[in-house]
Design a protein. Sequence first.
Length: 317
Amino acid sequence: MCEAHRMPVIMNDIDMTKIDLNLLVFLDVLLEERHVSRAAKRLQRTQSATSHALGRLRKQLDDPILIRVGGEMRPTPRALRMAPEVRRLVQSIRRVLSHETHWEPASSERTFTLVAPDLVYAMLPGLYAYLEEHAPHSSVELVSPEAMTFQDVVEGRYDLAIAPNTKGLHEDILCEPLVSLEWLVYMKKPHPARTSWGVDAWLSYKHVRIGKGAVFMAYEEELRKMGLPRKMGPVLPHFLLGPSLLTQTDLLLTLPRGSISENVSALGLRALPCPVDIPPVELALYRSSLYQREPAMRWFRHAVHTVMSETFEGDVV
C-alpha cells in the first residue's frame, strides 16, 4: 500500500494552544464567501464580530487572508492554498465533536469529497442535479485519484472513492462493487469497418493509443498477451482528446463504455462492441468503516449509487 499522503501543516510556527476553534469556522466561511457581510449572515454573527475574527486570523497567520482588489475581496495565495484543508479540518472537527443521529439534506451546507477517475465523469451532471434537487445547499468537491491514498479514505479526508475493484486493501476500508464497464470501439459514423465488423476489421485500421492511466495500461497488457498485431496511430496523453481525431479519419479508439460523456451520435461518432475479449473495467465504491454510520455519509453513498445506476444503466452490480 502506498504511504499515506500527509496533510500540509496549515498553521506552522503557531502556538496551537492559543488557537480558538471558532476561528477555523470563521476562516472556512470567509474564504468561501469572500465577503464579510455575507459570511456574518451565514455564521449568524454580527458584521463587527466577523471583522474582528478576520483581524485575529490575520494576526495569528501573519497573512492578510482577504485583500481588496477593485470592488471585491480576493483571497491571498496562501489563503487559496489553505482553503481545501481548512474545509476538511472543520468537517473533521464537527464529526469528532458531534454524535450525528439525523441529517437533513435540505438544510445542510456540507461539502462532500468524492475521489473519482475521469472514466466516470459522465455521471457528474447527474450528481450535481441530484444535489440541487435534494441537498441544494451542499456541494461536492471532486478529487483526482492521483492526489489520494487509501489511507486518506480511512482517516476521513475524503468521503468516498471510486476506483478499480481491489479486495483486501485495508481492514478499515469498506468496498462494494459499483459498475462494470465493457470496452467499446469508437469511430466516425460513416466508417467502412462497420459493414464487416469483427476482429479482422478491428485489426485493419489504425488505433489511437492512450499513453497514460492504469486502466489503459492494463488494456494494453491484455492485448500484448494476446499477441494481436494492431496498427498503431497517434499516442495521446488523455482519452478525451481522441474523439476529435476520429471524425476526420478512419482511426479507431477503444474505451470503456461511458467514458465519452457527450452524446456519441451528436459528435458524429458511433460505438460498436469491442470484438476482442477484454475484461471489463470493474469499479468499486470505497469508504471508511469509521464513518459508515453517519447519516450524511449514508445519504451521499446512496446518491452516488443512484446517479451511477442512472448514468451507466444496466452496468451497476
